[in-house]
Design a protein. Structure first.
Length: 181
């Protein structure tokens, strides 16, 4: 998930509580994922979830009318069906269409519109067709880079290519459904 974990070795403060991970369970108590604390609070206040375990040490989140404890784990009150998911990781085989979709047709070197895919470590040097080795690339950047590494070509990647996170997309759909319920 795109969610960045806060350093758990630091104390929870008014400045960093929002970045704390909260485990979200389905109504059946099956673990779904970790979400940010602010999203967990929204689910609690909207009545879509209940707190199962509060963060230790206790950290209160206050508004004018309400005070709740920062949760460690929450449970959805309505069961959410999650279909079987295929595990995709950075070293899984990727497709041209999948890489272009993941990178939103933006070149990984200059952010221009991209219709091709580049092997970061060239195929001529054993570069695989994996999510971590492929990036969307515009024609001019692909020509300049040719069969060299980005370092050899004097080019810099704008982001680190990773396997797409289908769980994050599904989670956004779940939040949207819960918000309209």
């Amino acid at each position: 998930m795109a969610f960045l974990h806060a350093d758990d070795s630091t104390a929870v403060t008014a400045d960093n509580w929002i970045h704390r991970p909260v485990l979200i369970l389905n109504a059946s108590f099956e673990a779904l994922d970790e979400i940010s604390a602010d999203r967990a609070v929204v689910l609690l206040l909207s009545g879509a979830a209940e707190a199962i375990a509060d963060r230790d040490p206790h950290f209160p989140i206050r508004s004018r009318q309400l005070e709740i404890a920062l949760p460690e784990t929450i449970r959805l009150l309505r069961y959410v069906y999650i279909e079987h998911r295929v595990l995709v990781h950075d070293e899984s085989r990727a497709t041209l269409a999948g890489v272009l979709r993941r990178d939103r047709h933006r070149c990984g070197y200059c952010a221009a519109w991209a219709r091709t895919v580049d092997h970061i470590r060239p195929r001529s040097r054993g570069g695989p067709n994996t999510w971590s080795n492929l990036i969307a690339c515009c024609g001019p950047c692909n020509s300049v880079k040719a069969d060299r590494t980005p370092e050899e070509a004097g080019m810099r990647l704008l982001w680190v290519p990773k396997a797409p996170d289908h769980l994050a997309k599904r989670q956004r759909r779940i939040w949207k459904d819960l918000a309209t319920a």
